[in-house]
Design a protein around this ligand. Structure first.
Ligand SMILES: Nc1nc2c(ncn2[C@@H]2O[C@H](COP(=O)(O)OP(=O)(O)OP(=O)(O)O)[C@@H](O)[C@H]2O)c(=O)[nH]1
Ligand SMILES: [Mg+2]
Length: 331
């Protein structure tokens, strides 16, 4: 697709080439970014402009730290809720739309690529659990913010988002996997372990496709399905129609490998809105400890209500808790 640049853009570019002062160069780049028409034909140039802007900004802001390894505050999002989910994918694949549909986060949703420039966390609720989704800028050949990789590395789960509205979905899917592989990040299930890379970090992965409401979505989904095979389930979503997102969030919670137990005090019903999240195989002592260290130390026994116990059955600290159990601790 031709870029069709307006004359004022070309003029700014000429000025930029001649300018030596870094601050003036930065101002010119920012004006170029504002002037450039945003569509598929210019996405490569938009990416390059953004890359130049962020590089120049960091040079201007921290000239004394040349060569030193710096960590920006964008590299880490403090974890909240049951787990942190990084939205990963090519430009324009619908990552921000998913986060916008289920959280109150102020995400940038746009028809053009590279709309998201910073990580944006938001809390989503699935049943009685809170999940932290982190919207990220895209992974693209034209440009990749380094903090994107750092956030993926420390997230609990990566949600790879591919758009069924995209003609190039297969090559973009492959590119994302390849770029992460170069950064020694392996998406679990989608990429086989590479004996040549021992230090690769494997991150649990959920694969979502957006745009199931679009024409040709079914054909494109089959193409992707052929490539993915039965390695991972594909979660189909339409953000504008709010279809499939609840199931996607359910899969997100499932991927954490956690179960939900509930606590009650004698004579009162359990608080079913506030589960205690425990790894599978956790015991009554683990459940008590997750509430308060002292609870576990002083625990004599617990009464339990669940699928495989008598109502109010007495159990000891080493009893293994099951999903949905209600516990009443006795000290
Ligand atoms: N029809 C349809 N359009 C969608 C869907 N999801 C996203 N879009 C549209 O696709 C465009 C891109 O959506 P974004 O959510 O901004 O995509 P992104 O992956 O965050 O893009 P970047 O920030 O560039 O990485 C917007 O115009 C959305 O309205 C979907 O499920 N169906
Ligand atoms: Mg976005």
């Amino acid at each position: 697709m031709p870029a069709n640049l307006p004359p004022q853009y070309n003029k700014l570019e000429q000025e930029y080439r001649l300018e030596k002062d870094p601050k003036k160069r930065l101002a010119l780049l920012e004006r170029m970014l504002a002037e450039i028409p945003k569509h598929k034909g210019t996405s490569h140039m938009v990416g390059e402009l953004k890359h130049k802007i962020s590089k120049l900004k960091s040079q201007i802001e921290a000239p004394q730290q040349h060569g030193a390894s710096r960590q920006s505050s964008l590299d880490h999002i403090p974890r909240e809720g049951a787990g942190q989910f990084a939205l990963v994918g090519p430009p324009n694949s619908g990552k921000s739309s998913i986060v916008g549909a289920v959280t109150r986060a102020a995400v940038e949703i746009a028809e053009w690529p590279f709309a998201t420039r910073k990580p944006v966390p938001g809390m989503a609720q699935w049943e009685n659990v809170h999940l932290q989704l982190v919207d990220l800028p895209p992974i693209a050949e034209e440009h990749l913010e380094p903090f994107v990789l750092n956030i993926i590395r420390t997230a609990d789960v990566a949600v790879l988002v591919i758009s069924l509205g995209d003609d190039d979905l297969l090559s973009e899917y492959e590119y994302v996997l390849k770029r992460l592989h170069q950064a020694k990040i392996r998406l679990r299930g989608l990429v086989d372990p590479d004996p040549g890379i021992h230090s690769a970090l494997e991150i649990p992965t959920i694969l979502a496709v957006t745009g199931i409401d679009l024409p040709d979505a079914a054909t494109r989904l089959m193409l992707l399905q052929d490539v993915v095979g039965d390695r991972l389930p594909i979660w189909p979503v339409s953000s504008p129609q709010n279809r499939g997102i609840k199931d996607l969030l359910g899969a997100c919670f499932e991927s954490l490998g956690l179960m939900r137990a509930y606590t009650k005090t004698p004579g009162h019903p359990a608080d079913m809105d506030d589960p205690v999240l425990l790894p599978h195989g956790a015991t009554v002592a683990d459940a008590a400890r997750s509430i308060h260290k002292e609870f576990a130390e002083k625990l004599q026994f617990a009464k339990i209500w669940g699928k495989h116990t008598f109502d109010g059955q007495r159990v000891m600290a080493d009893h293994v808790v099951e999903d949905g159990d209600i516990l009443e601790f006795h000290m």
